[in-house]
Design a protein around this ligand. Structure first.
Ligand SMILES: Nc1nc2c(ncn2[C@@H]2O[C@H](COP(=O)(O)OP(=O)(O)OP(=O)(O)O)[C@@H](O)[C@H]2O)c(=O)[nH]1
Ligand SMILES: [Mg+2]
Length: 606
């Protein structure tokens, strides 16, 4: 199996980086006319070298960077994809300002190892070499390069090159391979058009793998395109893997519309302008001020940004969208003078507005920063109102396997936390209890009503899946009810209310008064009352007057004994003992029921 590692040069201007790359690989990475003329590197150069013999299968990609402080921006684009640094220190000059700045950048980018080449060793005596070695030792002490080999070399005589190759091979074998399981990302460092091929873009594939024919999106433009061809280190391949210097032949786009800083990646990720990060400032840098403008460099992108301080963390508002994922490293440089002041790690790519249900920003970032993949997903889901789609989580995390965490529940393409599901079910039970209370004689609540009230924005299946988990809630056709709910009302309550009317005879209280006497809640009382009316236990004589059926029956009996006779309202009041207020509606009712018939001021019993 072949093994790909990318090394990048670093070091002060004129210390012999480009000469060393050429001595190692035979490739002159200073291609530009201006570079030739001025004798300095301006832009990135690329070379490669096989290490450990043809069968060992270790291919080292080399990115040669310019040392001039004005081209640090280019250096940063090159350094972002490297696994190893080849730190170059000229024996006749020792540590110089860009030796320090490049070293700081590599450390802030999280580069874990490298080799130190003491170039131009042919120009100084051995005792001077020893002094420079001591200076270097002291410089890297305690850092990621503390154990790096320091190899004196001469690109002119070739001395030390074999030892340097051996040291590079050892360092390369210790590199932890880049993650091929994550979505592929290719931060673009060059774009040009090639006769007969069209647009070609190059970069270091920092994660995943890509194959000819794959559809990729050019971030942040949103344009989708197909790869026509792929090359790794100058040779055509069907698939490129993380850690490889990759050239991609793109269909359907002009080379001039693709720029350094854009990224090729599968659709479904998202370029962002607002990120929350941890920040490390260099010892020599002044503290960051809130709202200070900075240059923000990540991948091959360089944009301006504004800082918002969030405790020990910072939010950056980027002037242009950049495709970033949690865990990405970045470098900060100041505006005037433009110097490197620090760097950091992206923690959240969609810095949320401060929301009350979220933890305070710094506490939240502290949790996110130290969260493993599944905890990160769980935390983001727990902040959502009712879960998140898998697509959204992929864009927020770049993780390949979402929702494998035990405390998450996946419903189709939607993810919720189990804790949320449990509390939502408890809430639904309460809502249903209320509903049954208010509508005791309805079989259940409309499923659509419940869905639109309780799950706005969530996929339709979510509520069904949740309900399916609960033994206490029953979903029948288009209604949802509590398992214990029966349409038959409580007999005690029913008869209590009925008794109030029955015992009152014709001297009934007002309905509201009867209901409040019954001791039932108002909605329940109304429901039971309506049922008694429906069952004809109670008779609605008028809007305000309701009698028990037995009272009506006694009245009919009383009148039946006087059949054929005529009577006045006053006589009726005397017979029955009801007030005038009740007598009129009662008589009108009796007229409607054809028990009595109105004849002028009097009535006849028919
Ligand atoms: N004598 C001697 N000269 C060297 C050696 N390496 C490089 N040089 C010379 O040093 C000068 C600068 O070398 P480069 O390789 O261009 O330096 P660089 O670090 O790439 O410079 P920048 O890319 O501009 O930062 C050239 O004139 C080289 O010929 C060496 O090992 N011995
Ligand atoms: Mg150079």
């Amino acid at each position: 199996m072949s093994f790909h590692v990318i090394a990048g040069t670093a070091g002060h201007i004129d210390h012999g980086k480009t000469a060393l790359v050429k001595a190692l690989t035979g490739i002159d990475t200073d291609r530009l006319e201006e570079e030739k003329r001025r004798g300095i590197s301006i832009d990135l150069g690329f070379a490669h070298l096989s290490l450990g013999g043809d069968f060992a299968g270790l291919r080292l990609g080399l990115v040669d960077v310019p040392g001039h402080e004005r081209f640090i921006r280019n250096m940063l684009a090159g350094a972002s994809g490297i696994d190893l640094v080849l730190l170059v220190v000229a024996a006749d000059e020792g540590i110089k300002p860009q030796t320090r700045e490049h070293f700081d950048i590599c450390r802030l980018l999280g580069i874990r190892g490298g080799v130190i080449a003491m170039t131009k060793s042919d120009l100084v005596e051995v005792d001077v070499q020893e002094l420079v070695r001591m200076e270097i030792d002291e410089f890297v002490a305690g850092s990621f390069l503390a154990d790096a080999a320091i190899v004196p070399v001469s690109s002119v005589s070739g001395s030390g090159l074999d030892a340097l190759r051996a040291a590079l091979e050892r360092a390369a074998r210790a590199v932890v391979a880049k993650d091929t399981s994550r979505p592929p990302r290719l931060p673009i460092d060059r774009s040009f058009s090639m006769r007969g091929h069209g647009t070609v873009v190059t970069g270091t594939l920092i994660s995943g793998s890509i194959a000819v024919g794959d559809e990729l999106e050019l971030y942040p433009t949103g344009r989708r395109m197909r790869m026509r061809g792929l090359q790794v280190h100058g040779a055509p391949v069907a698939r490129a893997h993380a850690g490889e210097r990759t050239a991609v032949n793109l269909a359907g786009i002009d080379a001039s519309s693709v720029h350094r800083g854009m990224t090729l990646a599968p659709p479904g990720l998202r370029a962002t302008t607002q990120i929350d990060c941890s920040v490390e400032l260099l010892a020599r840098a002044k503290p960051l001020k809130d709202r200070a403008p900075v240059h923000f460099h990540a991948g091959t992108a360089a944009v301006e940004a504004r800082v918002r301080l969030l405790g020990q963390y910072a939010r950056f508002l980027l002037s242009e969208p950049v495709l970033l994922l949690p865990g990405d490293r970045f470098i900060l440089r100041m505006f005037s003078p433009v110097t490197t002041i620090g760097g950091g790690v992206v923690i959240d790519v969609e810095a949320p507005a401060v929301v009350r249900r979220h933890a305070p920003p710094a506490a939240r970032l502290d949790r996110l920063e130290h969260a493993g993949p599944s905890e990160r997903v769980a935390l983001l889901v727990s902040e959502s109102r009712h879960g998140m789609s898998v697509a959204e989580l992929t864009a927020r995390t770049g993780l390949p396997d979402i929702a494998t965490a035990p405390d998450l529940l996946r419903v189709e393409n939607w993810i919720v936390t189990r804790a949320w599901a449990a509390s939502k079910l408890a809430h639904l039970r309460e809502r249903l209890e209320e509903f049954h209370h208010e509508n005791p004689l309805q079989p259940g609540c409309s499923k659509e009503d419940l869905r639109s009230r309780e799950f706005p924005g969530a996929p339709a299946e979510l509520m069904d899946a949740l309900l399916a988990q609960s033994a206490e809630i029953v979903s029948e056709g288009e209604t949802v009810r509590l398992a214990g709910h029966r349409v038959t009302p409580d007999l005690d309550e029913t008869s209590a209310l009925e008794r109030i009317f029955a015992e009152a005879g014709l001297a009934v209280p007002a309905v509201a008064e009867a209901l409040s006497k019954s001791g039932m809640s108002a909605p329940r009382g109304r429901a039971v009352f309506q049922m008694l009316v429906r069952n004809r236990k109670l008779v609605r004589v008028s809007e305000d007057l309701v009698l028990h059926a037995s009272a009506i029956e006694s009245l009919r009996t009383l009148l039946a004994a006087r059949r054929g006779s005529r009577f006045t309202v006053t006589e009726f009041k005397n017979w029955t003992g009801v007030s005038r207020k009740y007598a009129i509606p009662l008589l009108e009712y009796l007229d409607r029921e054809h028990v009595t018939r109105r004849e002028g001021d009097q009535r006849r019993i028919v």
